[in-house]
Design a protein around this ligand. Sequence first.
Ligand SMILES: O=C(O)CCC(=O)C(=O)O
Ligand SMILES: [Fe+2]
Length: 298
Amino acid sequence: MAGEPSSFTKWNKPTAQQQFETQILKDNTDDRRRIQLTAPLATEIPVIDVHRFVSATDAEVFELHSALGSWGCFQVVNHGIEKSLLDKVRQIGREFFQLPRSEKQKYATNGDEDEGYSTDLRQVEEEMLKLLAKSLSLSDEKIFVRKTEVMYAQFNYYPPCPKPERVLGLREHADASLITILLQDDRVEGLQLLKDGTWFSVPIMPHALLVIAGDQLEIMSNGIFKSPVHRVIRVSSETERCTLAVFCSPDFMEEIEPLDELVVHGHRPRMFNKVTNYIGFYYPYFYKGKRAIDALRI
Ligand SMILES: O=C(O)CCC(=O)C(=O)O
Ligand SMILES: [Fe+2]
């Protein structure tokens, strides 16, 4: 139906997740609760300059570490992807969703070729994963790089909404991924993050990428990093909002658990049980409005 949020996914290993995402978007329109549209701006989310971070001071590394333990995300600038390319990606997303439904349908299963931006995003992903290992002081800075095999890109499109206080764009959830790299819309806000029981708006930085910790990172970091609950509200009755989310995860059949190095007897005991195919494990909980990660807590 015209006017509903929709998504177009393109990833290297199509699975049931695609259907799941469609379901989330359908569910959103059933939310009839009044939504609080104004929220304080999350100005404390740190902005990390990737180039500078190579020679970051201990204080900067600590800032990243503590942001991921509280907000569960950070903004990244100087990531190496051309601004013009990011603008083009957003433009392609908007143009795609403006096509008639019959046209969009033609692309629905066309998910196995490479796009120009996917290589660039893989490099950014690797840099981010190395930053995470660095901020956890892990001995192997590539541990998360080696464990992250799946990249799944999804455009989210939120049309203008005449009753934004009635309809969510995307209902509250935490991501099942290890990390999510989000290219926000450059004009319309909408992403809100739950911290200590309060919703905060995530500020727009037009050419920054927002890195969000997913549940699998919370598990592997033995709870040091938090996978934040977030949602999308539809603030504008005039302008559409388009974002690109890239979900980065281990192979589905990989067993994940807290990294040995982060389990410290007597100080930081193991906080989560092992799980295989976390993505598959996650959905049934999501549908019930619960968090899968809670079922793994020891
Ligand atoms: O569109 C957004 O701002 C966030 C999307 C999101 O949270 C998701 O796709 O999981
Ligand atoms: Fe999300």
